[in-house]
Ligand binder design. Structure first.
Ligand code: TPP
Ligand code: SF4
Length: 292
């Protein structure tokens, strides 16, 4: 896709559904939006069929806001709750077979680089903890150790939410879930540790308690992957259904979780840090100049 594809031919716009017209006139394409702009423009994702109050949808919505170039972005995902919202977004989405997300994304990114050498394309894998650390683990590891140039976002609700509560590699030790009545025997997998062993250019762990920080983190992950190699963002996105969190308490649970065991962490390679510092300095200077 490109901005030319998003923009209808002259005279045709008025015949398109009003939602599409809104997207073209008041959408995010070609512009950089901030959290403080939310509610004042047509978001790329506005509706979804996920459970009321699900923190995963908040996180996904913020990542869509963070996309540096939505018209040059492709998401790759798989079965699991997240795809219910991601597939509603106005960005191409590849619904891969279970287990192959990172293999599909590797081939896609390489193909796009060959086909469009003048135009950077962002590829983003976004799916659940079950999809990544259990069923998709092999593809994930190989993409990391090969430093494929795309980002992986794990929607870590620490369970298989979509299928009713089976334990995943990311479930905490001892947790009793609906479909895991004996409690989990093994420890939660240390995916940040594995990402460090693979020497990824950018690794972050985050809880969506601070929307501006989610947007900044997602942007960094996407921009660094575009230039250098694999990046990984692990986000706690609670499953209020399987963990029986009343909808009004979802954000309190997020704050508690962050404080207790899911504090914000960010790790850069030296080249990624130098690149981001320079880019963000230029962005700040441009924003300052625009205000004058
Ligand atoms: C090959 C295959 N195996 C199993 C399933 C059934 N399945 C659908 S969603 C899901 C669990 C998803 O868990 P997770 O990736 O953690 O995402 P969540 O739903 O928790 O967001 C499973 C096992 C499937 N669709 N395809
Ligand atoms: S089952 Fe859990 S993760 Fe899935 S939409 Fe509902 S609250 Fe969200």
């Amino acid at each position: 896709m490109s901005l030319d594809t998003v923009k209808p031919a002259p005279g045709y716009l008025e015949h398109l559904p009003v939602e599409y017209q809104d997207l073209v006139k008041h959408g995010q394409y070609g512009k950089k939006k901030k959290v403080s702009d939310m509610g004042k423009f047509k978001e790329l994702i506005e509706e979804h069929p996920m459970c009321a109050g699900c923190a995963m949808t908040l996180f996904i919505r913020l990542v869509f806001l963070a996309l540096p170039k939505p018209e040059h972005t492709i998401f790759v995902g798989t079965a699991g709750c997240g795809r219910l919202a991601i597939s509603q977004g106005n960005v191409p989405f590849i619904y891969g077979n279970y287990g192959d997300t990172n293999a599909v994304a590797s081939g896609l990114k390489r193909g796009l680089e060959l086909r469009f050498p003048e135009q950077k394309k962002d590829v983003i894998v976004m799916c659940g903890d079950g999809g990544l650390v259990d069923i998709g683990f092999q593809g994930l590891m190989h993409s990391w150790f090969r430093h494929e140039k795309f980002s992986t976002f794990m929607l870590d609700n620490e369970i298989y939410g979509n299928t009713g509560g089976q334990e995943s590699g990311m479930t905490a030790q001892g947790l009793v879930a609906k479909m895991s009545p004996r409690g989990k025997v093994d420890e939660k997998m240390d995916m940040l540790g594995l990402a460090k062993v693979a020497k990824l250019d950018y690794i972050a762990r985050i809880v969506p308690t601070n929307p501006a920080r989610v947007v900044r983190t997602a942007r960094r992950a996407i921009l660094i992957a575009r230039e250098f190699g694999s990046t990984y963002v692990q986000a706690y996105t609670s499953c209020n259904i399987e963990y029986s969190i009343p909808t009004p308490d979802v954000m309190q649970d997020a704050f508690d979780k962050e404080k207790k065991e899911y504090g914000f962490e960010e790790h850069f390679s030296d080249r990624a840090k130098a690149y981001i510092d320079d880019l963000e300095k230029k962005d700040k200077a441009a924003a300052k100049a625009a205000k004058k």
